[in-house]
Design a protein around this ligand. Structure first.
Ligand code: CTP
Length: 214
């Protein structure tokens, strides 16, 4: 099982970056639940300040979205399940400065270019693998997640509204709904991230098992 976690950083100059509020907690919980369930787990992780779970098969630390894509590409063949919990930065500065930008040199605007969509980039090599996405939304979580699941060709997406109390960034609980292409959304109550992670790992493993059966 291959799991991505945490934010990515997109540098403006050697001391400044664009990033997001992800702390890695949900991804680490998925990795831990995977290890507990007896999977070999490789974790590809953006910059975070929490300790990774023990018992991992591999841990790749990455910084930018493009680094994350390269690390996941390198491990994709190996896995039967990919769980993308990472909050990948969708854009990066077009031309990061090689030296710190001084106060007096402040550019009037920062030109951004799109980062690769990692799930879309890996899709052509998906084969029988189970791809699970996350959708961190601010309102309308289930509807937006359903269209993301279709657009990205995912087998499952976990939708959560990060503006709800107890859900989202930097907390140990989450309130989510699990969507699959051929069943109604399963709304789950507020629960510790590790419990949600166990449900996700169990459902993903069942899908992977069903594909292995002749
Ligand atoms: N994702 C990805 N590559 C990106 C951005 C997101 O693979 N460049 C993955 C995330 O890890 C997550 C899923 O796609 O599993 C949905 O991410 P989200 O940020 O909610 O969606 P976006 O594709 O960025 O769409 P939007 O910005 O329109 O919400």
């Amino acid at each position: 099982m291959l799991v991505s976690a945490g934010p990515t950083r997109e540098f403006v100059d050697p001391v400044r970056f664009l990033s997001n509020r992800s702390t890695g907690r949900m991804g680490f919980a998925v990795a831990r639940a995977g290890v507990e369930a007896g999977h070999e787990v490789a974790l590809v992780c953006g910059p975070v300040s929490i300790e990774p779970p023990s018992g991992l098969f591999a841990l790749d630390n990455v910084v930018s979205a493009r680094d994350m894509l390269a690390a996941l590409e390198a491990r994709l063949e190996w896995c039967d399940i990919l769980v993308m919990t990472a909050a990948v930065a969708d854009f990066r500065p077009e031309a990061p400065a090689a030296r710190k930008i001084r106060k007096g040199e402040m550019p009037e605007c920062l030109r951004l270019v799109p980062n690769p969509d990692i799930l879309a980039a890996l899709a052509p090599r998906k084969g029988d693998r189970v791809f699970v996405g996350f959708a961190a939304e601010t309102g309308d979580a289930v509807d937006s997640a359903a269209s993301k699941m279709r657009r990205k060709g995912l087998d499952m997406i976990v939708a959560n509204d990060v503006t709800r109390p107890g859900a989202g960034f930097a907390v140990d609980t989450n309130e989510a709904a699990i969507l699959t292409p051929d069943a109604p959304p399963q709304a789950l109550p507020l629960m510790p991230k590790i419990e949600l992670a166990r449900i996700i790992v169990d459902r993903a493993a069942r899908l992977a098992d069903a594909r292995r059966r002749p």
